[in-house]
Design a protein. Structure first.
Length: 189
């Protein structure tokens, strides 16, 4: 299968406190495969990364949640970090944005603490997933089948545990974008 995603646009949903490598590595993988990565957040300006709890690089927001619609994108990435997922999961505009990707059967990828946003979006029940150990119980309580593997793919949903898994995560992300829509993706939305 081709590893080219030329012409595909991927939303990366994040807020202040995202884990630096978990946003920048997927962004670089998307762009290296010919796709376009669009940073989506609450407001215009920049959002700032953490690098293992230390202050990290900032990145410019390309589009606010108010102006972003799942129909404008081919896939979604939700990076982890201690603070970004926590901020996103309690805002209906963020969880609604996530739900729309599932309803439209589009690939979604999330790593580390990122699946917390998916829990609050109500899209994990019945899915096989992985995440950082700290939130695996939350995933199980939300109805997910949780496994401890570097990367898990379940009908267009790609999840990984932590930055050590980024090479596998990024490869599967690009592969799922190449495959396009997945009929079973909407099963829990």
């Amino acid at each position: 299968m081709s590893r080219e995603i030329t012409g595909k646009t991927v939303a990366i949903l994040a807020a202040d406190g995202f884990e630096e490598s978990e946003l920048f590595s997927p962004k670089e993988a998307i762009e290296a495969a010919g796709g376009e990565a669009i940073i989506v957040s609450f407001q215009e300006g920049e959002i700032e990364a953490n690098r293992h709890r230390e202050k990290g690089k900032a990145i410019r927001v390309d589009r606010t949640l108010e102006d972003a619609h799942a129909s404008d994108f081919d896939a979604l990435v939700v990076p982890g970090g201690l603070f970004s997922p926590d901020a996103l999961r309690v805002k209906s505009e963020a969880t609604g944005f996530v739900q729309s990707f599932f309803e439209q059967k589009k690939p979604v990828a999330s790593i580390c603490h990122g699946p917390q946003v998916l829990i609050d979006a109500g899209v994990v029940s019945g899915r096989t997933m992985t995440a950082i150990e700290n939130i695996r119980g939350d995933l199980e309580n939300a109805g997910a089948n949780v496994v401890d593997e570097a990367v898990v793919v379940d009908d267009g949903l790609v999840t990984s545990r932590n930055p050590d898994d980024l090479p596998q995560f990024c490869a599967k992300l690009v592969e799922e974008i190449c495959e396009g829509k997945h009929a079973a993706q909407a099963r829990s939305a």
